[in-house]
Write a protein of this length. Structure first.
Length: 631
């Protein structure tokens, strides 16, 4: 796992960017604390920061070149099937000087060019430079586990693992108001867009070719879009699912440095840890708990699993004061606005885990792949509404009046009833969007002041949104999951994991996102993944016999933090500062009257999801002060 960056200058003006290569590389030093490598010639520069995982020798440092010195690579990620690929290449007479997966990837590209991508099992973002043909070839893994940002104009092409590296090249910083509009609804910015108009994210499963001052983007992978009758029995599907997941875990245990596993106590991480322990007897597991917030603490489930599998378990139990001590560093680690509040505990968990291990397995991806969220149950109920669903819908006027929040079991249930009733009469794509968002489009639009509102091209926004939800054609569970895999997973969940773990030089591997497993799961009917009583059905049934019985079909809690309580107490000063009338007017983006309404709702008896909206605004304001105020 590493940090990469590079420049391809098309003319003398573009060459000026090369002077910033070293600084741009240094900006991602947290991603790769073990080594730095730089290369530059007349018009090309490549930078690499290395986190040594496989073959930790200096010979495996990057940029790495083939024996002819024609092809050079900078690579972020891991190729888990590199040994098999290496064996095939050696049979063709390809010589190797290291034991690294980087060298295997380089030679595989030399042999097969873009077709090499179909043979890779892993996660990656990389660039290969061909000195003779004067081309860049860049690619991102199938599901967007590793990030890759780029900027192209008439003078140059720039790429990097993170925005902070891109900014070191002295680019123009112009806010994309449509991205901000999306952010105010979702609390994250969907690819391919970023917070800046001139910087883009390469979509998962795509590659870029840069040649002769032009670049072209192509797709090499998409998740199989199937929703057919079962071709395999449920029992046989469980057997195959368990086999593929165990193979995935086993492959992801390859490491020349200490490796452990996150263990939240949920079924996903528990399955991964259990399988890992089967093949790694000295497995360490790690979880985080809240000493002062028992409603949000699930460490007892994690301890139950660790005791069951006999792992070496470490619980990082934090007080509210310890959480707040990390808050500023956590916010500073965000390259662009990202308002998923669960990123704070992930940041701290990654920091503490890094003291014990350099690699950690996680259960990320299972909810999107296997229907683990409340909305999946809601969509299932929508497909065949019965008496209960009709009652919840009929009582919508009551839910609108009653107090709603995530802070207690009762008010959270009322909040869920209200959201369900809101979605009942919407078409499937609009229902999906409403349930994905914390704020409606009108609420997000109203928060802009008149000048900012003039920057909103709603027709262009509608085109973006149409692309994001294009696979939601009905209430089909597989179509909903396909949309989650393409939209929520890379833009929210995987972005969170990458940013927060790599802030501490920790590599996180996600066995549920092995492409063979994903392809198999999407060949199965929706009822294998969820029914009226069980979410993630195939995962829970496949491993029921090897997990503690208390985990089977227990309610999903999520990795939440008590924002509502904090904003009303310890974090009140952040609201007073970053959302003050003086600062809002100084900034010139938002309408303070709308901000005041949000603050009033936050402190009312009916806050609903306003704490999430406030948090999203706080994150944006913090980011703006660090990145845009002087601008």
């Amino acid at each position: 796992m590493c940090g990469i960056t590079g420049v391809f200058a098309f003319n003398l003006v573009g060459k000026f960017s090369l002077i910033n290569l070293a600084a741009a590389t240094a900006k991602v030093s947290h991603r790769g604390p073990d080594a730095q490598g730089l290369y530059s010639d007349s018009f090309v520069g490549l930078g690499h920061r290395r986190l040594s995982i496989i073959d930790t020798s200096q010979e495996a440092n990057q940029p790495m070149w083939d024996q002819s010195q024609r092809y050079g690579i900078v690579f972020n990620g891991e190729i888990f099937n590199y040994k098999e690929l290496r064996t095939d290449l050696e049979k063709k007479g390809v010589p190797f000087k290291t034991q690294s997966d980087t060298e295997v990837l380089l030679h595989l590209y030399i042999q097969e060019k873009e077709k090499c991508l179909n043979k890779l099992n892993g996660f990656f973002a990389f660039c290969i430079y061909d000195k003779i043909d004067q081309t860049f070839f860049l690619a991102r893994d199938r599901y967007g586990i590793k990030p890759l940002l780029y900027l192209w104009d008439e003078d140059k092409f720039i790429f990097a693992s993170q925005m902070k590296s891109i900014l070191e090249y002295g680019i123009e910083k112009k806010i994309d108001y449509l991205s901000l509009y999306s952010y105010l609804q979702l609390n994250y910015i969907p690819a391919p867009d970023t917070i800046f108009t001139n910087v883009k994210k390469l979509l998962p499963g795509h590659y870029i070719t840069v040649a002769n001052g032009h670049f072209e983007i192509q797709s090499y992978y998409s998740i199989p879009d199937q929703d057919s009758s079962p071709q395999i029995s449920y029992k046989d599907a469980c057997t195959k699912f368990a086999q593929l997941l165990e193979e995935s875990v086993q492959q992801r245990l390859v490491s020349d440095v200490p490796l452990g596993s996150f263990l939240s106590g949920g079924v996903d991480s528990s399955i991964i840890a259990t399988l890992a322990k089967k093949h790694k007897q000295d497995l360490q597991t790690f979880s985080i708990g809240y000493r002062d917030e028992k409603f949000f603490d699930e460490t007892h489930y994690a301890k139950l699993v660790s005791s069951h599998i006999k792992s070496e378990h470490t619980v990082f139990t934090l007080s509210n004061d310890e959480l707040f001590d990390h808050l500023h560093d956590h916010l500073n680690a965000l390259d662009e606005p990202f308002g998923d509040s669960s990123s704070l505990p992930v940041y701290i968990l990654s920091k503490q885990t890094r003291k014990h291990a350099t690699v950690a397995l996680s259960g990320d991806g299972a909810d999107e792949l296997l229907a683990g969220y409340n909305k999946h149950s809601a969509f299932l109920r929508m497909s065949n509404p019965g008496f209960k669903e009709k009652i919840v819908s009929a009582l919508h006027p009551l839910w609108k009046l009653l107090p709603k929040s995530r802070h207690t079991t009762l008010t959270n249930k009322i909040r869920q009833f209200n959201r369900f009733a809101e979605g009942l009469n919407l078409p499937p794509d609009e229902r999906y969007w409403r349930w994905a968002c914390y704020a409606s489009e009108s609420d997000a639009e109203n928060i802009f002041n008149p000048i900012s509102h003039d920057n909103l091209n709603i027709n262009a926004y509608n085109e973006r949104k149409k692309e994001w939800v294009k696979t939601v054609k009905d209430n089909s569970i597989n179509k909903i999951l396909l949309t989650d895999m393409n939209f929520v997973l890379p833009n929210d969940m995987l972005t969170k994991i990458d940013m927060m773990s790599m802030a501490h030089g920790l590599e996180v591997r996600t066995p549920f996102l092995d492409y063979r497993l994903v392809n198999f799961v999407f060949s199965l009917p929706g009822e294998y993944k969820i029914n009226a009583i069980l979410r993630k059905r195939i995962a829970q049934d496949s491993f029921r016999d090897i997990l503690p019985p208390q985990l089977y079909n227990r309610p999903k809690k999520g990795f939440e933090v008590p924002l509502l309580k904090w904003f009303r107490n310890e974090l009140r000063s952040m609201i007073d500062d970053l959302l003050s009338e003086k600062f809002i007017h100084h900034q010139g983006i938002f309408d303070y009257d709308e901000i005041r309404k949000l603050k009033h709702k936050l402190f009312s008896i009916n806050p609903e999801d306003v704490h999430a909206r406030i948090w999203g605004l706080i994150v944006f304001q913090w980011w703006w002060k660090r990145n845009m105020e002087k601008n």
